[in-house]
Design a protein around this ligand. Sequence first.
Ligand code: MTE
Length: 349
Amino acid sequence: MPHILLPPGWNGRERDVTDPGVYQHRRAFLRQLGLGTVGLLTAGSALGCAREVAPGASATPEGPLDTIPSNAPRDGYPAPRDARFTVERAATDRLSASSYNNFYEFIGDPSDIKKVWPYTGDYEPFPWTLRVGGLVEHPFEIGLEDLFREMGLEERIYRFRCVEAWSMVIPWTGFPLRKLIDRCRPLSTATHVRFISESRPRQMPGVRTQPWYDWPYYEGLRLDEATNELAFVATGMYGEPLTKQNGSPLRLALPWKYGYKGPKAIARIEFVNEQPATFWNDLQPSEYGFLSNVNPNIPHPRWSQASERFIASASNVNRVPTELFNGYGEWVADLYPDEPREPTRPIAR
Ligand code: MTE
């Protein structure tokens, strides 16, 4: 696929790329949610490409909670809660967490790119095989039902912070990434882990209509980050399997990093011996670094990260201060001696 560099959805002032009617309409929607005006529209939508795609009439889900695949494994749900991971704020209401999403593979309406769920009707994730390989002693391929049974499921309530300065609190179900890493036994030469998402043009409208992105979505972590206790493979949320728009059948939840570090619909995991390229960093390296730890001291080049809008529900959005490492310093601060602890100028790391 040709790799034409166009900026990510939050790049550029929105009014510079978009028909005024379109962005004013969305601003009204965002105001309803109490959200800011961080640019949210893909440059591609300014080209009008995605307008041809509408959800298949027969497959259109009835609502945002109607998108849990009917054949998703349900053994182990609801999972026991790990009491170490709770949050003082109440969890975001389920409808908001399932309605307001970032999942570029499913952008079906360029005027409202957060509305992902109506465009997931054709996506059939199960059965799913996860492939794990690269610099490991035991590469493997495994069906998710077997993987979930082997790993065991638990629930963790994590803060979730998007680089766009909104946040939620989500009860995830899943298992520590470290358990999966123990299964394949990385070689001593492995330093990093790559995650590659699924890309299905026939089932994912955004993949068809946004060919300028270098699908599939790809992300990466240092090995010491991936084996940190916090790094979690999420298979569900709110006590049930993941909805399609939230990343079915499995995704990463990395609560100390900005949300884009957590790939959805992971198909492959590879152990490598150098820092891997990542999707947004390749598109806009000055704005989206490899580390991307939540840090109020490092403003995004075009907006502050000192505070965030916490979405409790669509009608209850409060501005709260952002915490270094999203409040998870006790777990991860040692990994980052160079992370700025004082206000600094924008840097992408
Ligand atoms: N993974 C894939 N494959 N495609 C995406 O577009 N978006 C990322 C991340 N993972 C994305 C992805 C971004 S920018 C964020 S903020 C979170 O998913 C959003 O997760 P949510 O929709 O469950 O809130």
